[in-house]
Write a protein of this length. Structure first.
Lengths: 290, 401
């Protein structure tokens, strides 16, 4: 295979893996914002919490990495319902500013709590042997962990797509995103629907947080450090759109990786350039409602 | 005679009174206690506290009052605010701490104007000490590690070509410039220099390292701030199988912070760094500090090079207080008392260069190995004695002004 093709495949591979992480972590935020118009800046805190659950399970309790990811998603998803019922729902009719203040406050409290419990030093997780090292695809070796990210991402996309497009609940969610008042007037309980999607979204964020440990390391400030990235994915994809979030994650992931590889001097500039370009042409994002 | 007798008694009374007068020296400590780099602040803070606790008797009857403030993120803005408050509201007489170079750079004009000595315990951009006559530095300049690493990499590690990758802020440029100067002087060739984003977030290192792996240099010199980034570098390096591909990982010791080394795993083994400290360094002061550290903070907590610098920083401050008998209101006198200071610390023999107010210390080339007890540790491959900041010796760029 010629050199440029190898490089292109390599960029696509790394970019795809990065995109899968972005998608898994951001999709919940997108649906929350699209469905309820709720600005949840504590989304990153749920991801961070998921990461620490994985750390505790693997390091202290000796649970395997993959089961830990699943448990973290379920636990954080369940706990997020408490927050949604207890705090968030009081502010659904409030202004954006009040929502932002509540959720950013929660994020900072989460950071302080994590620092108190786990300390500020970044944590890592022990990976099973099959996720370490690399896999040979004939012309080039790829890190196994990134291959795992891609496979997991594809499976999740398939499941989410099926749930969103082919099930009764999915149809209700789509209806509620499109026109909430109409959906309510035909008898859809949007409130309960939202609790469900919120829990799933937070669970996915927790999964993303667990997956991120190997990529960035995990420290309490994870809750806000990467939030900008998730918000960019949501904005570029369009609020409440599964398809949009996926497309945005792919475009941003591949452009970021490609930019860093080919034009390293410009570094992380590309994510922002792409964001600005997309939003200039489509202010509501790829699949947003204008 | 009688008149002189009275004078003698007065003089005696004055002398006794002077000796008994216990001063309380106010020291402002500015370190990051929040955000991604909070653990860096804690590493130094713990060393400060420990030194003060163990050595309070050294300056008796004088006392120190420590006032701590959060340095914030590595931008310098918050550090400037809190330090200005320390000077104007709390009236501190000595400032210390300062992990990030931008903080020190932003504050240089402030301390010059306020005439308050600023004793830097970390910030490593080479030319910082030129910015104010009230700055003394006990940690290192990026050149302390980077410059000798150049010759060592070429001569001993066997790097003929090297790629450099660095976090894009002043010390990153400094460190790579130092390495390049030393490496090219020794006959090596630097193939490229890749900036890897800001110090605020740990980036995805894979695309950068993949590019370097494909270019196949003998060695990869990496500079990152010694926090969460280090673990990320080691993971990406290990995942990509770069050691197997023949690209050796070298750098300043920020790559292997002692308190994160155990978490790094096998990927770290074989990494060669240049630095001024490691927990495993064999000297009496280091053993004593480690023992006191474990007693105070538990057996799983380790000091690192920042703690060692913090230890020596407080040592120098205490010696200045002792030398001035607690009278530290004149900032110039405090700085003068520190010039030419020598001591033995956890890093070995250290001194403050009277001309530049910067540290003079030994540099150790160290390799990460798996020790007999199964833990990761370092093996000292070679020592360079009494290294000065080469940037100021060569008077390069801003180091010459």
């Amino acid at each position: 295979m010629p050199q440029f093709a190898i490089i292109a495949v390599s960029i696509l591979f790394d970019g795809l893996a990065y995109a899968m992480f972005l998608f898994i972590t951001s999709v919940g935020l997108s649906v929350t914002m699209g469905l309820m118009g709720f600005v949840n800046l504590a989304h990153g805190a749920f991801a961070m919490a998921g990461g620490y659950v994985v750390v505790t399970l693997t390091r202290t309790l000796g649970v395997g990495f993959v089961p830990s990811l699943v448990i973290a998603a379920v636990v954080v998803g369940a706990v997020s319902v408490v927050f949604e019922r207890g705090l968030y729902r009081r502010l659904y009719k409030s202004t954006d500013l009040e929502q932002v203040l509540l959720t950013i406050g929660l994020a900072f409290m989460a950071i302080a709590t994590a620092t108190y419990l786990y300390g500020p030093i970044p944590k890592s997780v022990p990976l099973p042997d099959w996720l370490q090292g690399d896999v040979n695809l004939g012309f080039r070796n790829f890190p196994s962990y990134r291959a795992f990210l891609i496979v997991l991402g594809v499976v999740l996309i398939a499941v989410l797509w099926y749930a969103f497009e082919r099930t009764n609940i999915g149809a209700k969610i789509r209806a509620a995103v499109d026109n909430r008042r109409m959906a309510e007037s035909v008898g859809i309980n949007v409130d309960r629907l939202f609790t469900l999607t919120f829990a799933v979204g937070s669970g996915l964020a927790a999964l993303g947080g667990g997956l991120a440990i190997q990529l960035f390391g995990l420290s309490p400030s994870f809750a806000v450090l990467y939030l900008v990235l998730f918000l960019i994915v949501v904005a570029v994809g369009g609020l409440g759109s599964l398809k949009g979030t996926l497309l945005a994650a792919l475009v941003l992931g591949v452009f970021d990786t490609g930019g860093k590889y080919l034009l390293s001097d410009a570094g992380g500039f590309f994510v922002y350039a792409v964001t600005v370009a997309v939003l200039l042409v489509k202010p509501a994002g790829f699949y947003g409602r204008e | 005679m009688r008149k002189f007798g009275w004078l003698g008694i007065a003089a005696l009374a004055f002398a006794v009174g002077g000796a008994a007068q216990a001063e309380t020296v106010k020291i402002g400590v500015v370190l990051p206690f929040s955000g991604a780099n909070a653990d860096l602040g804690h590493q130094i803070d713990k060393a400060f506290d420990l030194y003060v606790k163990l050595h309070a008797k050294d300056i008796a009857p004088h006392k120190v009052e420590i006032i701590k403030r959060d340095e914030g993120p590595p931008t310098g803005a918050q550090a400037k605010t809190v330090t200005t408050e320390l000077i104007t509201n709390d009236k501190v007489q000595i400032l210390t701490g300062f992990v990030f170079s931008p903080s020190a750079i932003a504050l240089a004009p402030v301390v010059t104007q306020a005439k308050v000595p600023m004793v830097i315990a970390n910030a490593g951009t080479a030319w910082i000490t030129n910015l104010s006559p009230y700055i003394a530095r006990l940690s290192f300049s990026m050149w302390h590690h980077g410059y000798p690493m150049g010759a060592f990499a070429h001569g001993k590690v066997g790097c003929k070509t090297a790629a450099m990758a660095y976090t894009d802020f002043p010390p990153g440029k400094d460190s790579t410039e130092a390495f390049k100067t030393g490496f090219e002087k020794a006959g090596g060739k630097v193939t490229e220099a890749i900036p890897m984003g800001s110090p605020v977030q740990v980036p995805d290192f894979t695309p950068f390292f993949q590019r370097i792996k494909d270019a196949k240099p003998d060695c990869m010199y990496v500079f990152i701030p010694s926090g969460a980034h280090a673990t990320g570098v080691m993971k990406a390096y290990g995942e990509l199988g770069m050691r197997k591909a023949g690209v050796k990982l070298i750098g300043p010791m920020d790559l292997i912070p002692d308190n994160k080394l155990q978490d790094m795993g096998d990927a770290a083994i074989g990494t060669i760094v240049m630095g001024n400290y490691a927990v495993d360094l064999d000297n009496a002061e280091n053993k004593a500090m480690n023992k006191a550290w474990h007693e105070a903070y538990g057996k799983d907590s380790y000091p690192d090079f920042m703690s060692a610098a913090g230890w020596d920083t407080m040592h120098a401050i205490f010696d200045a207080i002792k030398k001035l008998n607690g009278k530290v209101t004149d900032g110039q006198q405090v700085i003068d008392a520190m010039k030419g200071w020598t001591a033995k610390g956890p890093r070995g023999p250290v001194a403050i260069d009277a001309a530049t107010r910067d540290i003079v210390q030994n540099e150790y080339a160290m390799e990460v190995v798996r020790k007999s007890d199964g833990k990761l540790g370092i093996k000292v491959l070679g020592t360079t004695n009494a290294v000065k900041d080469e940037c100021k010796v060569l008077k390069l760029g801003r180091c010459g002004s």
